[in-house]
Design a protein around this ligand. Sequence first.
Ligand code: KIV
Ligand code: ZN
Length: 514
Amino acid sequence: MADSNKLIIFDTTLRDGEQSPGASMTKDEKIRIARQLERLKVDVIEAGFAASSPGDFESIKAISGIIKDSIVCSLSRANDKDISRAAEALAPAQRKRIHTFIATSPLHMEKKLRMLPDQVYEQARQAVRFARQFTDDVEFSPEDGSRSDMDFLCRVLEGVIAEGATTINFADTVGYGVPELYGTMLRTLRERIPNSDKAVWSVHCHNDLGMAVANSLAGVMIGGARQIECTINGLGERAGNTALEEIVMAVRTRKDHFNLELGIDATQIVPTSKLVSQITGFAVQPNKAVVGANAFAHASGIHQDGILKARDTYEIMRAEDVGWSANKIVLGKLSGRNAFKQRLEELGIKLESESEVNAAFARFKELADRKSEIFDEDIMALVSDEQQSHDREHYNFVSLSQQSETGEKPTARVTFSIEGKEVTCEGNGNGPVDAIVNAIETQTQSGAELLLFSVNAITTGTQSQGEVTMRLSKSGRIVNGVGADLDIVVASAKAYLAALNKLHSKTEKLNPQM
Ligand code: KIV
Ligand code: ZN
């Protein structure tokens, strides 16, 4: 199986990506991302971890009912209860996969699981045997695989393949791997395990040492893996996961070396990156490969001269091939509802009802009155805004006025609704944003700690909307709120209220690796 030239792209943005503190998403947000992942043509979408929370369960179920082309997958720990829950959530899927895992390193077995190796071996086999009752497509991961004992790994993996595991995912859970060693370990496993040819081998790398992409590719080239697990923008816990966009463009650009086939539509990479960043509030660094704002900007005079003479002097990929659209103006003040609706469809945004389309169109008109040129990014931001007020109506922004003057303490007056009832509050602070946060806190008294405040321009130019992310922490929970507006102080108020709404929703989620 490993000799095939097809490289399977397994996207885990909605599961491992979401484990990143503050990246939690609502069901509607996950559905939007899943639809976009299908447009990107990923082979497998890991939609969540069904047993972790009712919210995750419902999201997987909804995604299973919507996605037609990609395989939909749920993570589950290696026990019957988790696996049954995964199977139930995946029931509507046309093509489904259960992904079960258990830690195999001495450290994890002793300190975390408090289990003996023989018990882990039995539990892994039993989990795969049970999962096979629900689907023929079962993936098994030895968690912390790269720090596990090779003899023990061989025994466990041979056992789970004998039980019917069809994919074996060699996890570098803590990003400890080094390309040559990781790739060689995988090759050794495949060589030593007698039934290794009965499974597709997969790599799953974390980026703690900045080597997730290099390790994944070594797993493919040295180890013979034919599936890579990755996330959009490399989103994930700590330093993140393998970045999908980097893998795809490395394999495509260096086909001479990798000689692998991909099913991905690369022109959907940038739209997907922007959507994930906007929904999660994790901004993409400008110099990020492929999807960073500067990835195709040639600032130095020498480079520009080279590019003008012949594009490939300094360009190994073309911006348009990965979906950079050079800020196309798509709509304006005179655009009607039909044009707006059509653009939503072209962007792959499906609003559930006509009343949602109407509400989004009303927002569009409001924006077009204040901003003459509307870009795709503006449309995506206003749809997110609309979905936020639709999803979490505990707090809703209404209006604000704010005064700042050199040498004076800024003041703010904010009106917002709490469960539909409008309140107006006032506050001052060291800066305008501090003033609006203090004003809101006079009513909400959340006492949350602000961990991060960032502002990014959605498009270029001073006419651009500002997108603000506020990351709040309270009682051990971390959430991100995102707000966009032409006025960055208004965007800040929206972001703060969006974060408070997430804290208010009290969605507790189990971390699968705890
Ligand atoms: O990093 C990891 O080990 C995981 C597993 C659950 C595959 O995410
Ligand atoms: Zn992981």
